[in-house]
Design a protein around this ligand. Structure first.
Ligand code: SF4
Length: 227
């Protein structure tokens, strides 16, 4: 499979935020979100066999733990990504999959925690989520909405109400979008939407969701890769 990088860091998002995690970042994405901080994944990378990826994960985290399969859009390489997830699970790892939900989720092994990043309108990729995927979400999985403004917030709120999702999935996260060229200071000035405003909207509506910050962007320089 085509791999951009494999590294160990702290999980920055989701309800697993703060835990040590090995990231396997696959190359390629079929979307072009305007605030994408992973454009370096669109091309390049190195061809690695499944065995090589497994060896690298085991070297970085020999005693099990969390592994996130991410990208790009990892399910563009589903033919190899699914066997990789199966092998990781068989080897005792807890596997997270970060995906936009634009690709079918039916072949993802049931043990995998799917973190599905439903694109909101201001991403420029709204309406790409495949609604049929909702039937493959379980109480183990998490839905994420990256929010750049009020329009995105209302989209997320409407989506949750329409599909009654607070009960069907393990968690719902609303996360302020981050400026893709952010560098230097590690503070909320780089957020496209002030987290305080998002918090006020969520509280006013009594939304059954979690406000998420990408904690790796507050721990390290937001421009740093491989963290
Ligand atoms: S889906 Fe992810 S990797 Fe692809 S463009 Fe959007 S943010 Fe970037």
């Amino acid at each position: 499979m085509q791999i951009i990088e494999i590294f160990k860091s702290l999980q920055g998002e989701s309800s697993y935020a703060g835990l040590p995690c090995v990231f396997v970042r696959l190359a390629g994405c079929n979307l072009r979100c305007v605030w994408c901080d992973s454009e370096y994944t669109f091309k390049g990378g190195s061809r690695m066999a499944l065995d090589e990826v497994m060896q690298e994960v085991q070297r970085l985290s020999p005693n099990g733990g969390l592994v996130e399969i991410t990208g790009g859009e990892p399910l563009l390489q589903e033919r190899e990504a699914v066997p990789l997830m199966e092998r990781l699970i068989a080897a005792g790892y807890k596997v997270l999959l970060e995906t936009s939900g634009e690709r079918p989720l039916d072949r993802v092994p049931p043990e995998v925690v799917k973190i599905v990043d439903v694109k909101c309108p201001d991403s420029g990729e709204g309406e790409t989520f495949r609604v049929e995927n909702l039937e493959f979400l379980t109480s183990r999985d998490e839905l994420k909405f990256v929010i750049a403004g009020r329009r995105d917030y209302e989209f997320a709120r409407g989506f949750l109400q329409e599909h009654n999702l607070s009960e069907g999935v393990g968690g719902v996260i609303l996360s302020p979008a981050f400026r893709k060229d952010a560098t230097g200071s590690r503070d909320v000035s780089h957020c496209l939407l002030d987290p305080q405003l998002l918090a006020e909207w969520m509280l006013a509506d009594g939304l059954d969701a979690r406000l998420g910050l990408q904690i790796h962007k507050f721990i390290w320089d937001p421009a740093l890769k491989g963290v």
